[in-house]
Design a binder for this molecule. Sequence first.
Ligand code: HEM
Length: 390
Amino acid sequence: MVTERDAPDLGESEHRLFAERRRSRPVWPQSLAPGTGDGVTLYRFEDCARVLRDPQTFSSRGYEQGVDLVMGRTILSMDDPEHKSHRDLVAPAFHQRTLTAWTGDVIGAVCEDLIDRFQLSGRAELVGDFCNEFPIRVTASMLGLPPDDHAQFQRWSMELIGMAGDLETGFAASGALRDYFAGIVSDRRRSPRRDVISDLVTAEIDGQHLSDEAIYSFLRLLLPAGVETTSRAIPTLMLRLLTHPDHLRAVVADRTLVPGAIEESLRLDVPVVYISRLAARDAEIAGVPVPHGAFVTLCLASANRDERRWTEPDRFDIHRPFQQHLTFAAGPHMCLGQHLARMEITVALNALLDRLPGLRLDPDAAASKLVHHSGGSMPALDSLPVLFDT
Ligand code: HEM
């Protein structure tokens, strides 16, 4: 049995550095988020939360020179009042109430289908066989894309998400997705159905509608924002449980522990390590002056392990009382898809535990370091080989 002692390191050396900065230099004199310019990086929970809840001083417009260049203009880079009116139009499609309708026939069905492919073999590589495909297929189904298009949609999505590694292919995928969505959007304008694209084309508040370009940008944003994040969160949750057999046994026996396990894993292993804001006027954070025009990077991975807020913050403890973390940020831009993400992770975890009894890390694979990491600013699991009883 592989236990916590020999579990792969999910960035503990980075976390040691973050802890040191929280202690000695919580407002670091450089902006460390990729693509930002001069500024500061914040490591403590309170400082990050304060910035997120003060959008008048700390604007989101910095993303105009980053994400927007690829996706088109998105809500991520808007400030109020534009942000509020745009978000109010797209938000109803992602309300918890609306999403409940998708749980069984879409999210559950995708899950069952993926698990069917490997269940009889007694072994799987959970990242490749399940986690990478699951959120893309859920997204394609919720958008109402024809099943015959799913494979192509998945290819473009992967190319767009992998943009940092191959800019040219990423831009080509962004253009291809725009052209593809144009056909679906015009179809849904003629005859709306029960899907998210229909919700977006029919959304109306005080006579305001979303333009076609706004819809294409929003749909493209869902790929890095919704698909990549969720496909990173599920394997880290599984790894945490598989390397804490007592917690795993408890969750298998008592599913009321599932939400606590999910929140704890989201707190410890954030899929989005850094986000950023732009100082819209001269400001001060924890006594450090931050001039107008400076970038402010928030290290969410560090904020979520702040010892001022959590005792033994590095410990995975599914019984910990819930404290708001910053995995989904806070304030007006707090993740629009957080309910969907939690729902997807819940359905996936329950299905994997129900259908793969005796789930455990493959000891040979772990020993030969098949469980390893790749990724950007923090390690991400790129393989998770497991065994189970058939
Ligand atoms: C575990 C999974 C997820 C994580 C960790 C995550 C994290 C985040 C974070 C940190 C932000 C704030 C960014 C900022 O303000 O700079 C954000 C915003 C956003 N997320 Fe998520 N997200 C996840 C899943 C999803 C899903 C499934 C969707 C799909 C609907 C989604 C859609 C969005 C959108 C549209 C925004 C922009 C909201 C706005 O600017 O008002 N996210 N997310």
